[in-house]
Every structure is written in structure tokens, then in C-alpha cells.
Design a protein around this ligand. Structure first.
Ligand code: C2E
Ligand code: MG
Ligand code: MG
Ligand code: MG
Length: 292
């Protein structure tokens, strides 16, 4: 009887495995054809100066627009795209599209801003990355100062020597370099000064409970002090409420991003936002909170 049950369990287990494997295989096949058919689109989320309320940059975030399933979040396909090497063509498309979009906004006479693109580890280590980015900027007719690249701590720590070299090249071109999700990885603080960086983006897990959790507030305060002493800017991710914003401002954060100001939106909506801003450039300075 035990044997029979064991076998039953085994069969159950393998059929589960098969389902998982089939699902994955289907996703892999769909992802490959999605890249061939170009079923992706970018949404853009503003990065805002915490004191003036001015939009300083926009982050490009990729979505898969599946004809059947609708918009699929990057969390569901970026890891697989990385594993399969598909992040190289997909990442190239993201970079080109973001740069061309920024060129179009500038051509339309909108206030100049940087467009930020997320780089995955596989992309960062690809050969000729610097040449490729140079080519993309050239093709788009965009200057390097209008581009920002977001990399994670783990990308930097994998091979710090090599990473420092790559970043030095990109930074020397005039590209703005940010560390994404800062505080969630294991970067050694001593290493930070070896990388040519411009901005630390504090992960949203520290922002969520900032008004109620003194530990989170202490962490943010420390990151701000560290960043400022290294002459870096600090951006807080995932700001959803006025209260969080007030705390971040009091702690000395320079910039923020989050649903409070805007979700990531399609290019046309971002453009409309920019036009409104261009028409009303004088936003009230947040002077009350500055004294907090
Ligand atoms: P990320 O670069 O840290 O981007 C921030 C994520 O937080 C985005 O999720 C954004 O929509 C979300 N977010 C922004 N504000 C808020 C907020 O106030 N509250 C909450 N709860 N969430 C907020 P999204 O677009 O789903 O992207 C997830 C991740 O996928 C990104 O994290 C990034 O690591 C990756 N990703 C997105 N696009 C690309 C890409 O083109 N290339 C690569 N390599 N990775 C990408
Ligand atoms: Mg990012
Ligand atoms: Mg982030
Ligand atoms: Mg994050």
C-alpha cells in the first residue's frame, strides 16, 4: 500500500512538474515571438525635485503588451529574458526607444530632461556596451547628458574592478549613473567611492513605513548623509503619500519618484504632463517643509 501511495505521489509530483515546465516553455516561446513581433512598450515615470516639484528625469519601464493577456509586468518576464539571453535584444530596444522618445520630446520643444533606462547584469557585462550606447545616442541625435542608466548594487559587486571601468567610460561620456534599489544589496560602502556615480535611489522598502518606523527613518537619514558626503544625490523610490514625502524632505532627500506624483504612464500621457508643466513652470516652493 505504501508503495502504491508513494508511486501515486510521485506521479502527482511529476505531473505538477510537467505543468510548470510546460508553462515555462510556453512563456519562453511567447517571449521569443513577442520580441520578434515587437510586442513591447515603454511607460515613463517622473523623477521629481523634492524642493521645487520640477520634473528632472523620467524612468523608462518596459511592459509586454500581449495581444491576449494585455499588459504584462516586467517582474514576470525580465528574469526569464535575462536567463535566456533575450534581455540583450529587448534591452537594446528599450534603450533605443527611450532615447528616440526623448529626442522627440526635445524636438517638440518640451523642457529638456533625462531619460533613465534600467540595465540588467547581462547587459552591463555585454561586450562593446560603451560603443553600443554611443551608437544609440548618435542615431537618436541625443547628447549623453540626456541619458541616465540605472544599475543595481549586485551588478557593481559582481566584479567591482570591471564594473568601475565600464562606469568610468559611461560617466566620462556625460551619462548620469544611478544605483537602483539602494540598500537591498550588499555593496560595501568603501566601494561606493570607487564608482563614478551621480544618484543613489533608496529602495521603496525603506520608504513604505518611514513615517511610523524609526528604523527606516534612521536608515534613510544615514543614506542621505553618506550620499551627500560623497557628493551624490539621493532619490527616494515608491513615494505614495504626502506624509512620506514630508518625512523624506525633512530627512534631506533631493528627489523622489512614486505614485504620489505619478504612476508610470505611456509616452503621450507623459508628454501631456510635460506640456502642463511647461505652461506653468512656477510651482510653489515647498518652503514650509524646508524648515522642518
Ligand atoms: P525599478 O527599476 O526599481 O522600478 C521601480 C518599480 O516600482 C516599477 O515597477 C514602478 O512601476 C514601481 N513603482 C513606482 N512608484 C511606485 C509606488 O509609489 N508604489 C509602488 N508600489 N510601486 C511603485 P515595474 O514597472 O513593474 O518594474 C519592476 C522592475 O522591473 C523595475 O524595478 C526594474 O528592475 C525592472 N525593469 C523594468 N523595465 C526594465 C527594463 O527596461 N530593463 C530591465 N533590465 N529591467 C527593467
Ligand atoms: Mg529602476
Ligand atoms: Mg528601483
Ligand atoms: Mg526598487
Amino acid at each position: 500500500h505504501a508503495k502504491k501511495m508513494g508511486r501515486g505521489n510521485y506521479q502527482f509530483f511529476t505531473s505538477e512538474m510537467n505543468t510548470a515546465a510546460r508553462t515555462r516553455l510556453a512563456l519562453e516561446k511567447n517571449l521569443r515571438s513577442a520580441i520578434e513581433r515587437n510586442e513591447f512598450m515603454l511607460h515613463y515615470q517622473p523623477k521629481v525635485d523634492i524642493r521645487t516639484g520640477a520634473m528632472v528625469a523620467v524612468e523608462a519601464l518596459v511592459r509586454w503588451n500581449d495581444p491576449q493577456k494585455g499588459l504584462i509586468s516586467p517582474a514576470e518576464f525580465i528574469p526569464l529574458a535575462e536567463e535566456l539571453g533575450l534581455i540583450i535584444p529587448l534591452g537594446a530596444w528599450v534603450l533605443m526607444t527611450a532615447c528616440q522618445q526623448n529626442r522627440q520630446w526635445q524636438d517638440a520643444g518640451l523642457p529638456p530632461l533625462r531619460v533613465a533606462v534600467n540595465l540588467s547584469a547581462v547587459q552591463f557585462r555585454q561586450r562593446h556596451l560603451v560603443e553600443f550606447i554611443t551608437q544609440v545616442l548618435d542615431d537618436a541625435g541625443l547628447d549623453a547628458a540626456s541619458l541616465e542608466l540605472e544599475v543595481t548594487e549586485s551588478i557593481l559587486m559582481q566584479d567591482a574592478e570591471e564594473a568601475a571601468l565600464i562606469l568610468a567610460n559611461l560617466h566620462a561620456m556625460g551619462i548620469h549613473i544611478s544605483i537602483d534599489d539602494f540598500g537591498t544589496g550588499y555593496s560595501s560602502l568603501a566601494y561606493l567611492k570607487r564608482f563614478p556615480l551621480d544618484t543613489l535611489k533608496i529602495d521603496r522598502s525603506f520608504v513604505r513605513d518611514i513615517s511610523s518606523d524609526p528604523d527606516d527613518a534612521a536608515i534613510v537619514r544615514s543614506v542621505v548623509a553618506l550620499a551627500h558626503s560623497l557628493r551624490l544625490k539621493v532619490l527616494a523610490e515608491g513615494v505614495e503619500t504626502e506624509e512620506q514625502l514630508a518625512f523624506l524632505r525633512a530627512l534631506g532627500c533631493d528627489e523622489y519618484q512614486g505614485y504620489f506624483w505619478s504612476k508610470p504612464v505611456p509616452a503621450a500621457e507623459l508628454e501631456a504632463m510635460l506640456r502642463t508643466r511647461a505652461a506653468h513652470p512656477a510651482l510653489p516652493a515647498q518652503s514650509a517643509a524646508d524648515t522642518a
